[in-house]
Design a protein around this ligand. Sequence first.
Ligand SMILES: Nc1ncnc2c1ncn2[C@@H]1O[C@H](COP(=O)(O)OP(=O)(O)OP(=O)(O)O)[C@@H](O)[C@H]1O
Length: 323
Amino acid sequence: MNDILNVKNLKVYYYTRKGVVKGLDDVSFSLREGETLGLVGESGCGKTTLGMGLLRMPNPPGKIVSGEINIDGENIVPLKESVLRKRVRWEKISMVFQGAMNSLTPVYTIKKQMMETLQTHREMEEEKAFAIIKKYLNQVGLSEDVLKRYPHELSGGMKQRVVIATALFLEPKVVIADEPTTALDVVVQAQIINLLKNLKKDLNLSFIFITHDLATVAEVADRIMVMYAGKIAEIGENYHIYGPQGPAHPYTKGLLGATPRLHKKVEELAFIPGVPPDLLNPPNGCRFHERCPVAFDRCKVEEPPLKEIEPGHFAACWRCFDE
Ligand SMILES: Nc1ncnc2c1ncn2[C@@H]1O[C@H](COP(=O)(O)OP(=O)(O)OP(=O)(O)O)[C@@H](O)[C@H]1O
């Protein structure tokens, strides 16, 4: 499978009054055509920073400091904002923002909001725009009837479908979905997951699925990328993380240990002691060493690289390397 997205040494820093927050620090990975890459990690580990960075619109005061974002073979980091707007953002890569379904404008009908979004990005007559809107409403399983309604007249699941349809209007190849099922009840969560799976198949989309929920990501993702403190801790195929052998990195092990599972009776859920480090002043060596149950001296002083430990499975941990 070809790579549709290839990210090299990407750094996104926030220049705050207190100092520089290294929200994303030297991250490299690729996304294959037609795959779903699940991006997981605790709150504050850099998931949204990565998602917004890939669209080249980091939240202020964030800036892309260095690195490459190659989409379909083109590095978009040096492109002018006008070029990005014209032919990259939403056209090649788009995003379902975290909490977007709650940001629909309450005083506009769904038709007005969808029409406005589409016509802002592409000049077209109302009739043509309407045909596209109907096509994508259909694609996400909504009837035209929703068009005349206001957001408060729709359920959470319907609003999320509207947001997903809107992200697809300009036929992007890569879609980043940031916590698309959070705040939905479990039945609706399952419906949205199935929808995303079907869209991926029908439209040959590639997804980056951001979540802190390891159970959901196991269900949707072909590969899993685990982030910790602005860096990648582990990347592997779904079976590398969830298979019988289990993950390699102590952080991923900790995350999985802290996830309730239906088929396993546990006396007490494990947890990872402490909190993620302050990215204004991250620790030396491995950023996880202060919370790691198997850390040794080297981890405190030398940062482990992200290294292939078996075909297609990478981890950044001195304990995982045969040395
Ligand atoms: N606008 C901002 N200004 C300053 N620092 C920020 C900003 N946005 C994020 N950060 C910092 O960047 C780091 C990564 O945050 P980010 O929001 O990307 O994490 P996340 O994994 O998406 O968290 P969550 O799951 O809570 O959304 C954190 O240390 C956070 O405090």
